[in-house]
Design a protein around this ligand. Structure first.
Ligand code: MN
Length: 257
């Protein structure tokens, strides 16, 4: 197929760049903190089985403990109660995992207001400039929040009123889920919903509407600033965990240069 030969040649020449949008996993990877009485996910941890020692003289390997929703990760529809009868992460069709991306950049607005909400009119204005959202593609919400990902406290940005992080409004989440042909929403924050979304109607509308519509979420992406507004292709690789609600995943973007 010539399109794949062209792609391979472009990768070789550097006219197609591979941009890694994935955060490194470690014990310092920020994880969401829910209020009492809800169960929280543990931080990532890892311990060696052997490291060229008596337990394995020629090999090094580890065992890990982590939640499905840790670091850069994928939300399957079954993650939310509205999608409980829909797909688990192992059932997501692979053709949904290679898809075009649209990047909407609100990092300047978020720098002024950590509680910034993405509204329908913002996406409409983006479409006026760049054309319609890609059918079967991702909407990636760039906020500059990846600059905080080294620090759990700065990343969650909580005070006595709860977390202050950007996300879509309830109306926008509903519209993205029901009126657009996107496959999912990707964000740089700890979840697809805004920090204040527990108080929205419905609560956590990005989760509620998008997963309820059989769409997906991608969180804690980084380096979205290296992507053009349109024209990149995402390769999203969650592990096919049987009955899994999501998975840490590698997210790569192919970008023409
Ligand atoms: Mn999640």
């Amino acid at each position: 197929m010539s399109v794949l030969s062209d792609l391979a040649a472009g990768l070789g020449r550097g006219s197609v760049e591979v941009v890694d949008l994935t955060a490194t996993l470690s014990g310092r990877t920020p994880v969401i903190q829910l209020p009492e009485p809800f169960a929280d996910t543990p931080p990532f941890s890892m311990e060696p089985l052997s490291r060229y020692d008596d337990a394995g003289p020629a090999w090094y390997w580890n065992v890990m403990r982590l939640g499905e929703h840790t670091g850069t990760h994928f939300d399957a529809p079954v993650h939310w109660v509205t999608g409980r009868d829909s797909l688990d992460v192992s059932q997501v069709p692979p053709e949904h995992l290679v898809a075009p991306a649209a990047v909407i950049d609100k990092s300047a607005e978020v720098a002024e207001n950590s509680d910034f909400l993405l509204e329908i009119e913002h996406v409409r204005a983006w479409e006026e400039e760049h054309g319609p959202l890609p059918e079967g593609g991702w909407l990636l919400f760039r906020t500059g929040w990846d600059a905080r990902s080294h620090d759990q406290e700065a990343f969650l940005n909580a005070d006595g009123d709860g977390p202050h992080t950007p996300g879509p409004s309830a109306a926008c989440a509903c519209w993205l889920a029901e009126e657009t042909d996107i496959v999912g929403l990707g964000v740089e924050t700890v979840g697809t919903d805004a920090g204040a979304a527990a108080t929205f109607d419905p609560p956590f509308p990005a989760h509620s509407y998008l997963l309820g519509a059989g769409k997906y979420g991608l969180t804690q992406l980084q380096d979205l600033g290296r992507l053009p507004a349109t024209g990149s292709v995402l390769i999203v690789a969650p592990l096919p965990i049987e009955d899994g609600s999501g998975s840490p995943c590698r997210v790569l973007a192919l970008v023409g240069r």
